[in-house]
Ligand binder design. Structure first.
Ligand SMILES: Nc1ncnc2c1ncn2[C@@H]1O[C@H](COP(=O)(O)OP(=O)(O)OP(=O)(O)O)[C@@H](O)[C@H]1O
Length: 281
């Protein structure tokens, strides 16, 4: 019997050629949420040709909360997400992930690596691949599409994919081509593609646009179930949906926070009423 055959499953795992040994991986400093806040945005400013898209914006998000961000078109919601995820640089201000990670010093891939996942409005799943393959492809890897598909998954990775399929409600569709899914299912798959890497913070842009009433309801359940273990920021225009999921709502207006509180509090806030009635007029 060769020495290799005597190895435990754990030992064999360590010898696999397609894996980097865990002790060789650079250590990522954990996110310090000892003050219960996972995202600190302070004094953020950004101008495009003199137009202030972000104007002394301050925002604090608690660890594990589900926060809804609302505001009229052009209020600065997407620009704020772009700055948090490193897509756009701001002119001044600070953005911290926990107390210890200065996001403004990081690149877009580094921010994703830290545990901040973003989902854009339009689903961008790989339509010609199965649901399972889409989740597999999203697992943290520096490899291209084919080497990733050919490399074997570790038992831990397989377990995580199973867990995610359960969370997003696509267990029965695991071998279906993503292109054959409904619009709502594609959106859930894309949320699943973020979840496989176990992000701490999820930024989700207009998740229910174009969904049926039933899909919208299921999405509300999904996002609410994610809060706690993850922190979720949802940008949404559908006020009924926001009411159904939100505990705290932040209203942006002209690049600043106009109001914050429960849905009832912000709807009765005189500044919000003035701005919205003013715009309707
Ligand atoms: N790259 C850019 N160059 C110039 N102006 C920009 C750029 N990006 C955003 N803006 C402007 O900044 C303002 C804020 O835009 P942003 O997309 O953040 O608003 P929003 O709240 O996300 O709106 P919507 O709900 O329509 O998505 C808008 O007036 C927009 O035209």
């Amino acid at each position: 019997m060769s020495a290799l055959e005597n190895l435990t499953a754990e030992g064999k795992e360590l010898l696999r050629r397609d894996q980097v040994w865990p002790f060789l991986m650079p250590k990522q400093q954990a996110v310090d949420v000892s003050h219960q806040v996972i995202l600190y945005v302070e004094g953020l400013n950004l101008s495009f040709d003199g137009f202030k898209a972000l104007n002394d914006l301050n925002l604090y998000i608690n660890d594990g909360e589900l926060r809804c961000l609302i505001g009229a078109n052009g209020a600065g919601k997407t620009t704020l997400m772009d700055v948090i995820t490193g897509k756009t640089q701001c002119d001044s201000g600070t953005v911290y992930f926990g107390q210890n990670h200065n996001l403004l010093e990081r690149s877009e891939p580094e921010i994703a690596e830290l545990g901040i996942g973003r989902k854009f409005q339009k689903p961008t799943v790989f339509e010609a691949h199965t649901v399972f393959d889409n989740l597999e492809l999203s697992l943290k890897t520096n490899k291209g599409v084919m080497p990733t598909l050919l490399a074997r998954l570790t038992p831990t990775q397989l377990d995580r994919i199973d867990q995610v399929l359960e969370i997003i409600g696509l267990k029965e569709q695991r071998f279906m081509l993503a292109g054959a899914l409904s619009h709502g299912q594609k959106q859930w798959l894309e949320i699943g593609m973020l979840l496989v890497s176990e992000p701490r913070l999820l930024l989700i842009d207009e998740p229910v646009a174009g969904m049926t009433a039933q899909e919208t309801e299921r999405t509300a359940e999904l996002l609410t179930s994610l809060a706690g273990e993850h922190t979720v920021i949802v940008v949404e225009h559908d006020m009924e949906f926001v009411r159904s999921i939100a505990r705290t709502v932040t209203v942006l207006h002209q690049g600043s926070v106009l109001a914050e509180g429960t849905m009832d509090q912000v709807q009765n806030n005189k500044d919000v009423i003035e701005v919205y009635l003013g715009e309707e007029a």
